[in-house]
Design a protein around this ligand. Structure first.
Ligand code: C2E
Ligand code: MG
Ligand code: MG
Ligand code: MG
Length: 273
C-alpha cells in the first residue's frame, strides 16, 4: 500500500517538474523576441534537374542563454498556446524576406506558417508588409502549411489561403502524408507544391510500404500540376529513389543541414548535388 502511494508521489513530482519547466519556458519565450534570441537557419532545396539550389527553407532556432540552441519542436508548440507565435511569426516573415532579397533572383524562400497564425486577422497584412519592406518579388516567397490548417476553421482558412495567393506568393502543403491526411484536402485548395514528409523517407530504400506511398504522392502531385518535393533525403539510395520517382526537388542532409544566414550564400553560389 505504501509503495503504491510512493509511486503516485513520484508520478506527481515528475508531472510537477514537467509543468514547471513548461511554465518557465513560456515566461522565457515572452521576452525572447525583444532580447534578439531568435535566429533563422536556412536549408537548401535542390532541383533534381539542375542539381543546384532553387530555394531555401527558413527554420527557426532559439538561442537560449541558459540552455543554448533549442529546436522548434520544443518551443513552437508552447509559443502556439499563447499566440506568441503570431508576433514571432511576423518577425520570421520579415527576417526571411529580408535575407532572401539578398540572394539571386532564381532562389526562393520557404517560410513555415503555424495554424495559429491563421486565426489572427493580421496574417495577410504581415505577409504583405514583409514583402513590401524587403522589396522581395512575391513569386519568390513560398508559405508552407500543414494539413491541420485545413482541419478546423477550414472555410476561413481557405479564404485566407486565397487572399495570400492574391499577393502573388506560392502555397506549399508541408509534411504531406502524416497527421490527418486526407486526399480531399488537395481538392479544397490548389497548392503550388507538395512536400512528402520525411517519415516516409526514413526507412527507404528498404521499406516497401514507404516506397509505394512516396511513388503515389509523386504521381498525384504531378497530375495535379504541383511542384513535388521530398524531405529528409540523407543517403545516395534515397536520392536515387527521388530521381527515379520523378520528384522536382529534394531537401535533406545529403546536401546540407540547415545553416546560419552567414553560410547560406556560399551554398547557393557554389553548391551542387
Ligand atoms: P518542417 O517544416 O517539416 O522542417 C523540416 C525539418 O526537417 C527541419 O527540422 C529540418 O532540420 C529537418 N530535416 C531536414 N533535412 C533532414 C534530414 O535529411 N534528416 C533529418 N533527420 N531531418 C531533416 P527543424 O528545423 O527542427 O524544424 C522542425 C519543425 O518545426 C518544422 O518541420 C516546422 O514544422 C517547425 N518549424 C521550424 N521553423 C518554423 C518556423 O519558422 N515557424 C513555424 N511555425 N514552425 C517552424
Ligand atoms: Mg516546412
Ligand atoms: Mg516538412
Ligand atoms: Mg515537419
Amino acid at each position: 500500500k505504501s509503495s503504491g502511494r510512493g509511486t503516485y508521489r513520484r508520478f506527481d513530482v515528475a508531472m510537477h517538474a514537467q509543468l514547471q519547466a513548461h511554465q518557465k519556458m513560456k515566461i522565457a519565450l515572452r521576452g525572447a523576441l525583444e532580447r534578439n534570441e531568435f535566429e533563422l537557419f536556412y536549408q537548401p532545396l535542390i532541383s533534381l534537374k539542375s542539381r543546384r539550389v532553387t530555394g531555401c527553407e527558413a527554420l527557426l532556432r532559439w538561442r537560449n542563454p541558459e540552455r543554448g540552441m533549442i529546436a522548434p519542436s520544443e518551443f513552437v508548440p508552447i509559443a502556439e498556446e499563447t499566440a506568441l507565435i503570431v508576433t514571432i511569426g511576423e518577425w520570421i516573415l520579415a527576417e526571411a524576406c529580408r535575407e532572401a532579397s539578398l540572394w539571386p533572383e532564381h532562389v526562393s524562400i520557404a517560410v513555415n506558417l503555424s495554424p495559429v497564425q491563421f486565426k489572427h486577422r493580421n496574417l495577410v497584412k504581415a505577409v504583405a508588409d514583409a514583402l513590401s519592406s524587403s522589396g522581395l518579388n512575391p513569386a519568390r516567397l513560398q508559405l508552407e502549411i500543414t494539413e491541420s490548417v485545413l482541419l478546423d476553421e477550414s472555410e476561413h482558412n481557405v479564404q485566407v489561403l486565397h487572399d495570400l495567393r492574391s499577393l502573388g506568393v506560392k502555397i506549399a502543403m508541408d509534411d504531406f502524408g502524416t497527421g490527418y491526411s486526407s486526399l480531399g484536402y488537395l481538392r479544397t485548395f490548389p497548392f503550388d507544391k507538395i512536400k512528402v514528409d520525411q517519415a516516409f523517407v526514413r526507412d527507404l530504400p528498404h521499406g516497401k510500404e514507404s516506397l509505394a506511398i512516396v511513388r503515389a504522392v509523386a504521381g498525384l502531385g504531378r497530375s495535379l500540376g504541383m511542384t513535388t518535393t521530398i524531405e529528409g533525403i540523407e543517403t545516395e539510395d534515397q536520392l536515387a529513389i527521388a530521381n527515379a520517382e520523378g520528384f522536382h526537388e529534394v531537401q535533406g542532409y545529403i546536401f546540407s543541414r540547415p545553416v546560419p544566414a552567414g553560410e547560406i550564400s556560399r551554398l547557393i553560389e557554389d553548391g551542387s548535388l
